[in-house]
Design a protein around this ligand. Structure first.
Ligand SMILES: N[C@@H](CCC(=O)N[C@@H](CS)C(=O)NCC(=O)O)C(=O)O
Length: 211
């Protein structure tokens, strides 16, 4: 059985949503970030990067949330959270997943942890600059979502759950994702899905802001 090592609303959120949307059996294992358990010797044996999440599947252990989601898609292609290989939709799927994971997520990390990059008065400047940069990215995605229910094609994919996770992380911005016209209604629709309700209940996350 799959085991997902998680902490509520951390980067484990997207794989947790994907496992649930796919209807797979899995066990959730809490890595207590407040107690820095992601740096414990036991966890580092499993995931030497010392970060959350990790997925184990018998003898296979994978870290990095996007890699975990792609692994699940390849194991269960019939469950449809990835467009067919070799199609234009698959190319767009890769484009947006990489944009979210490799362009937007690291910029958000600098916003949340500016002290890892600078000290003193510069810290607040970095936070403001990062918020502006990521807001521009949400603006690009908002335009992409005009007239669309999902980011790629006409069915839900892993990209949608990635975008949901990153958008929620940015909900404290002065122009939050929910305030964009297309992105806002897209997020409200995603929040109505059974998988989102189930995961949020398990992780103790309120969905009131999407009502
Ligand atoms: N790109 C990685 C990011 C993982 C990551 O940085 N996770 C954070 C939680 S959101 C973490 O474990 N931070 C703890 C630490 O850096 O010690 C992924 O998507 O899996």
């Amino acid at each position: 059985m799959y085991k997902l090592f998680y902490y509520p609303r951390n980067a484990s959120w997207a794989p947790h949503l994907v496992l649930t949307e796919m209807g797979l059996d899995f066990e959730l294992v809490l890595v207590d970030r407040k107690a820095n358990e992601q740096k414990s010797s036991e966890y580092l044996l499993l995931n030497p990067s010392g970060r959350i999440p990790t997925l184990s599947d018998a003898n296979t252990v994978v870290f990095e949330s996007a890699a975990i989601c792609l692994y699940l898609c390849e194991k269960h292609p019939e469950l449809g959270l990835i467009p067919d290989a070799g199609t234009a939709e698959r190319a767009k799927f890769y484009q947006w997943l990489f944009y979210l994971n490799s362009t937007m997520q690291p910029e958000l990390m600098v916003y949340f942890y500016p002290q890892k990059h600078t000290t003193g008065e510069e810290t607040q400047k970095i936070v403001m600059a990062q918020e502006a940069r990521v807001t521009e990215m949400f603006s690009l995605i908002d335009q992409e979502l005009s007239g669309k229910e999902f980011l790629v094609g006409s069915n839900i994919t892993v990209c949608d759950y990635f975008l949901f996770m990153l958008s929620h992380w940015a909900s404290g911005f002065s122009k939050p994702p929910l305030s964009f016209p297309y992105l806002g209604s897209y997020l409200r629709n995603l929040a109505k899905r059974a998988a989102v309700a189930s995961v949020c209940k398990k992780e103790g996350t309120s969905l009131d802001m999407y009502k």
